[in-house]
Ligand binder design. Structure first.
Ligand code: HEC
Ligand code: HEC
Ligand code: HEC
Ligand code: HEC
Ligand code: HEC
Ligand code: HEC
Length: 421
């Protein structure tokens, strides 16, 4: 059964992929470069737009796919105020529909850049549509994902325990039989069928004298207590799954998942420094000045900033810092640098932090133990091609081989980060 469902899953995946390529290949619009467009879109547009739903501005998937006049879209993105000032009908209509909020003017983008963005939006929208259409089939195939390794181990555990229980019972029955046989030898024939109640204590005493049985019971007890103590001690100070109550219930699944806001938008530090950093509330205000203004959760942002949504004014005397509770916490004796892993090592946030884009609220996904760090360092291949640091290492290595003078400076010993936090 499992093999058939696996083959079916593989097959449906292939069909989906082929369909995706076909749609992309034959699309009337596909002129720009969607990968370049994706980067531009994420850098400039995701703060106000998503492909499949309204954020601050309209959902771009349908509008951009239905709009046939790409020239108009170039003009709109590069200078929508000019279009509105020129009383362009289409521009006025959408402008009024969105309460004359006005969109940022992107004078720095060329027509080719906008074409790339449009190509990305259209490709992403078509892929979404294809996925939605294929969802029922994929769901049916996905339902039978087979037993997880946890279930397998649990089953093996149950079988081993059952085996031990049977062995013990066998032994006990054997002993009891011996006892009964001996009692038979002593007692008159007719009393043998029923073991008298008074004899029970004698039986227990006899059992206690059976050294093998006593040893076995003690051994089981020691193993159980020992493994409990071992597991408890091993997990001291490991906070995997830790999810403290936060002052604002900030939903990562909505922001990073549904709205696909890049992690970098809020945690820019992760790419350029040791700390990933928690965003300041001003970043939230880029959207929440106008989004969900009635929500009590959003009012917590306003309170902390001393912002009055009625007058739309800030009062800095009422402002106070937001007390987020830190989730991930390495002890001070460990030096961990985000940019080394994210930027240089090219490791995705999700490898260490788990599926953040589906987390309702953030929790600690990895154990953050030394074993965890070491295991990854043993298994991960370092990509040294095109990396100036490793080019330098190779150059130094060659000099060492030739027996030339090498200073600590040439090994990076005067870079600030080698001595300073
Ligand atoms: C500051 C928020 C903001 C940013 C950033 C922004 N937009 Fe907009 N966009 C809007 C708003 C609001 C509207 C609705 C019209 C209006 O009020 O001016 C809009 C409308 C549009 C429309 C017209 C949709 C239609 O129905 O015809 C397009 C196309 C568009 N934006 C594309 C983009 C692209 C591409 C980017 C990135 C380069 C971008 N926008 C960045 C806020 C923004
Ligand atoms: C719109 C802004 C925003 C985006 C986008 C965002 N985050 Fe966050 N993130 C926050 C805020 C605010 C907190 C602090 C509140 C909390 O812990 O829930 C946080 C907390 C975290 C934490 C826990 C920090 C700690 O205390 O240890 C991790 C890990 C994290 N984010 C990872 C990510 C990843 C990975 C992504 C991208 C998939 C991402 N975030 C996208 C705003 C954002
Ligand atoms: C790019 C725009 C954007 C940014 C930046 C942003 N949000 Fe949001 N956020 C939204 C939108 C849109 C929704 C509403 C989604 C929906 O329910 O339709 C939302 C919903 C929420 C909600 C749920 C509100 C409720 O009552 O359901 C909370 C809480 C929230 N945001 C907090 C924050 C915080 C805190 C930050 C800053 C760290 C932040 N957001 C940054 C766009 C943004
Ligand atoms: C190699 C594993 C790893 C990767 C990859 C990684 N992180 Fe972290 N992250 C950690 C560890 C470990 C901590 C705890 C650091 C500490 O306590 O000093 C942490 C802490 C954080 C924190 C909270 C504290 C801080 O440093 O400001 C945030 C926010 C965060 N990570 C976000 C991200 C984002 C966003 C990405 C992707 C761009 C990312 N992380 C990639 C391991 C990782
Ligand atoms: C997901 C895998 C992964 C995990 C988990 C991880 N690392 Fe790394 N780490 C790497 C990779 C890959 C590099 C090499 C990056 C490069 O190319 O320089 C690296 C490099 C480093 C370096 C620099 C080493 C040098 O020679 O300069 C330090 C220090 C480091 N990691 C500390 C940690 C600590 C501390 C933890 C645990 C809290 C950790 N790492 C967890 C993958 C990981
Ligand atoms: C080889 C190790 C080493 C390197 C590399 C190094 N420093 Fe330092 N730095 C030190 C030591 C030790 C001190 C403390 C002694 C002192 O104040 O003179 C210090 C002190 C400082 C101080 C003064 C701090 C204070 O509170 O007085 C600053 C600022 C500083 N370093 C910046 C840098 C910068 C920027 C770089 C990179 C260009 C750098 N350092 C590289 C070892 C180093």
């Amino acid at each position: 059964m499992r093999n058939i469902s696996l083959i079916f899953k593989q097959f449906s995946k292939t069909v989906l992929l082929l369909a995706g390529f076909a749609i992309l290949g034959f699309s009337a619009h596909a002129q720009g470069d969607a990968t370049k467009g994706e980067a531009l879109f994420k850098a400039n547009c995701t703060s106000c737009h998503a492909v499949d739903h309204q954020v601050v501005g309209p959902a771009l998937g349908t509008t951009v796919t239905e709009e046939t006049d790409d020239k108009w879209l170039y003009k709109w993105v590069e200078n929508n105020t000019a279009l509105i000032a020129a009383k362009d009908q289409k521009a006025l209509k959408i402008y009024n529909q969105f309460n004359q909020q006005g969109m940022t003017v992107f004078g720095s983008l060329a027509d080719a850049d906008v074409a790339n963005i449009l190509a990305y939006v259209r490709a992403d929208w078509k892929a979404d549509q294809a996925k939605a259409a294929a969802a029922p089939a994929a769901g049916a195939a996905g339902a039978d994902s087979g037993p997880s390794s946890f279930v397998v181990f649990a089953l093996i555990g149950v079988i081993v325990v059952a085996f031990i229980v049977i062995l013990v019972l066998n032994k006990v029955i054997g002993t009891l039989e011996k006892v009964v046989l001996r009692a038979k030898d002593l007692a008159p024939e007719e009393e043998v069928a029923v073991v008298p109640a008074v004899d029970r204590m004698a039986v227990i005493r006899k059992l206690a004298k059976n050294k093998k049985l006593v040893f076995f019971v003690l051994l089981c007890g020691t193993i159980a207590c020992g493994s409990w103590a071992w597991v408890t001690m091993w997990n001291t100070n490991v906070h995997q799954g830790y999810q403290p109550e936060q002052p604002i219930h900030f939903p990562h699944d909505l922001h990073a998942g549904v709205m696909k806001i890049d992690c970098q938008y809020c945690h820019s530090g992760a790419y350029k420094s040791k700390n990933a950093t928690i965003p300041s509330l001003n970043i939230c205000m880029n959207c929440h000045k106008t989004v969900k203004t009635e929500s009590p959760e959003i009012h917590k942002i306003y309170d902390a900033l001393g912002y009055d949504p009625k007058t739309m004014k800030y009062d800095s005397t009422k402002a106070h810092p937001m007390q987020w509770v830190r989730v991930h916490n390495l002890p001070d004796l460990v030096y961990f640098n985000h940019s080394q892993h994210v930027k240089v090592g090219q490791i995705r946030c999700q490898t260490c932090h788990g599926p953040v884009q589906t987390m309702k609220e953030i929790y600690q996904y990895s154990p953050l133990t030394m074993k965890w760090c070491i295991q990854c360092h043993k298994r991960t291949e370092v990509n040294y091609k095109g990396n100036a640091y490793y080019d330098n290492m190779i150059a130094v290595h060659d000099r060492i081989k030739r027996g030339e003078k090498v200073t600590e400076a040439s090994l990076g010993g005067i870079e600030c980060g080698k001595c300073h936090y």
